[in-house]
Design a protein around this ligand. Structure first.
Ligand code: ADP
Ligand code: GN1
Ligand code: MG
Length: 376
C-alpha cells in the first residue's frame, strides 16, 4: 500500500482464522478507497463456491474506544436488518452490514499488536463509487441514507456512544483550526494564506446549525455522520442503493450533517482531491436527485427547519470538511490517509472551491429544494 499509514504486511490468512468463517482461505488483498480504516477483501472456497468477506482494521488513532464503537455497530446493524426483514424488503441479507463473529463469539478480534479487527459478509453484486455519475444514483444514495435515519427514529435502548466527540461541531472544528494556526506545528502556516483567509472570513457560517439546534428547531437524531457517496453500495444490475456502510460514526447527530455531506460528496463534478480546480463545481441535477431521494424516505420525519436548510447544510459541511483537511495539513497529515505530499492541501482547496460554487448557486439550490419540498 502506498498510503501514508501503510504498516507491516498483514497475515490475512492467520487473521481470518480468528473469525467464524467456513471453508478454505484462498487469498486476500487491500480493498476500497476509504481515508480511515484499513480494509481488505478475503476469498474463501466453500466446497467449490467462492465466498468473499471484508476484514477491517479499525483505526485506533481516530476511534479511541473500539469496544464502544463495535457495540454501536452491533446494535444498529441488528436493528436495521430486523426492519428490512419485517418490512419484507427483497434481498434482506444485503440491506444491512452483517458482522461475522469471532470464534469466541465476540464482535471484534484484537491481535497481538493490539490492533482491532472486524469481519463483515461481503455485499456482492454491488459497488461503491467515489463520484456520482448521474442524478438517479444521487437519488438512490440519498434515499438510502434517509431511510437509514428513518429506521433509527425509534431505536430502542441506551443512547449510542459518541465514537468521535463533537465530530461535526463546526465551531469546535473552527477553534481547532485557529489553535493549529497559532501552534504552527509543521511550519506550514505561511504556505496557505489564501486558504486561511477563505475560511476565517466565513466564520459567521459555522454556528448555523448549532444555533438552530440550541433553539430547538432541529432535533438530535441518530445519524450516520459520514454519508459520503462511497459509503453506500449500489446494486450492479439495477443501480438501486442496497446498503449503507461505514458505520463507525453512527451516533447522535443532526440530520443535516448527513444531508450536507451527501451534497459535498455527490454533487462535486470532480474527485475530492482533484487539483485542477476549474473542474470543481456543484452540479444542480445531482443536487435535485439528492433532495428528491432524501425526501422520499426521510421527508415524513423532518421538521420545517430541517427542510429549510438542505442547501445551507451542503455549504456548511463542505466548509467543515475543507477545514478538517486544512487542519490535518497544518498538523503534518496525521489523520486522513494521504498518497502524496500536499494531498490534504489539494483536498482542502478542492473543498473550498466547491464551497464557492455552492455559494454562487445557493439561491437556485434553495429554490430547487423548496420546489421539490412542495411537491414531495
Ligand atoms: P473507511 O472507513 O476507511 O472509509 P469503509 O467501511 O467505507 O472504510 O470501507 C472501505 C470500502 O470497502 C468501501 O468504500 C467499500 O467499497 C468496501 N466495503 C466495505 N464494507 C463492505 C462490504 N460489507 N461488502 C463489500 N464492500 C465493502
Ligand atoms: C473520512 O472513512 P471515510 O473515508 O468514508 C472521514 C469523513 C470525511 C471523509 C472525507 C471518521 O471518511 O469524516 O468527510 O473522510 N471519516 C472520519 O472524504 O473522519
Ligand atoms: Mg468509507
Amino acid at each position: 500500500m502506498s498510503d501514508s499509514f501503510a504498516r507491516i504486511p498483514v497475515d490475512l490468512r492467520a487473521l481470518a482464522e480468528s473469525f467464524l468463517l467456513h471453508g478454505c482461505f484462498v487469498d486476500g488483498a487491500s480493498y476500497g478507497s476509504g481515508h480511515i480504516n484499513d480494509t481488505f477483501a478475503v476469498r474463501f472456497d466453500q466446497a467449490g463456491t467462492p465466498v468473499r468477506y471484508i476484514l477491517q482494521r479499525v483505526n485506533q488513532r481516530v476511534f479511541r474506544d473500539p469496544a464502544a464503537l463495535m457495540e454501536n455497530i452491533q446494535r444498529v446493524t441488528r436493528h436495521v436488518a430486523a426492519r428490512a426483514r419485517a418490512t419484507g424488503r427483497p434481498d434482506p441479507a444485503r440491506r444491512a452490514l452483517t458482522l461475522v463473529p469471532t470464534k469466541e463469539g465476540g464482535a471484534f478480534h484484537r491481535d497481538d499488536r493490539g490492533d482491532c479487527w472486524r469481519c463483515y459478509l461481503f455485499i456482492e453484486k454491488a459497488r461503491t463509487l467515489d463520484l456520482a455519475e448521474n442524478p438517479r444514483q444521487a437519488y438512490e444514495a440519498a434515499r438510502a441514507f434517509g431511510e437509514f435515519q428513518r429506521l433509527l427514529v425509534d431505536f430502542p435502548g441506551a443512547r449510542l456512544h459518541e465514537t468521535i466527540p463533537d465530530f461535526h461541531h463546526t465551531r469546535r472544528r473552527f477553534e481547532t483550526l485557529q489553535r493549529t494556526i497559532v501552534a504552527n506545528p509543521r511550519g506550514r502556516v505561511a504556505r496557505v494564506p489564501a486558504e486561511l483567509d477563505f475560511v476565517l472570513s466565513r466564520e459567521a457560517m459555522v454556528d448555523g446549525l448549532l444555533q438552530l439546534q440550541s433553539c430547538g428547531d432541529i432535533p438530535e437524531r441518530i445519524t450516520h455522520n459520514d454519508t459520503k457517496f462511497s459509503n453506500v453500495m449500489l446494486d450492479d444490475p439495477t443501480n438501486e442503493a442496497v446498503c449503507v456502510i461505514d458505520l463507525d460514526t453512527v451516533m447522535p447527530g443532526l440530520s443535516l450533517y448527513d444531508f450536507g455531506d451527501m451534497v459535498r460528496s455527490a454533487t462535486n463534478a470532480a474527485a475530492e482531491d482533484e487539483g485542477d480546480l476549474s473542474k470543481v463545481a456543484m452540479r444542480m441535477p445531482i443536487f435535485e436527485g439528492l433532495v428528491s431521494g432524501y425526501l422520499a424516505s426521510a421527508g415524513s420525519i423532518l421538521t420545517p427547519a430541517e427542510r429549510a436548510h438542505l442547501a445551507f447544510s451542503g455549504k456548511l459541511i463542505t466548509l467543515e470538511i475543507g477545514m478538517r483537511f486544512l487542519t490535518d495539513y497544518l498538523e503534518g497529515d496525521v489523520y486522513f490517509k494521504t498518497k502524496r505530499s500536499d494531498h490534504n492541501l489539494d483536498r482542502c482547496r478542492n473543498q473550498f472551491a466547491l464551497v464557492r460554487s455552492i455559494e454562487q448557486q445557493e439561491p437556485a439550490m434553495q429554490r430547487t429544494a423548496e420546489r421539490i419540498i412542495k411537491t414531495a
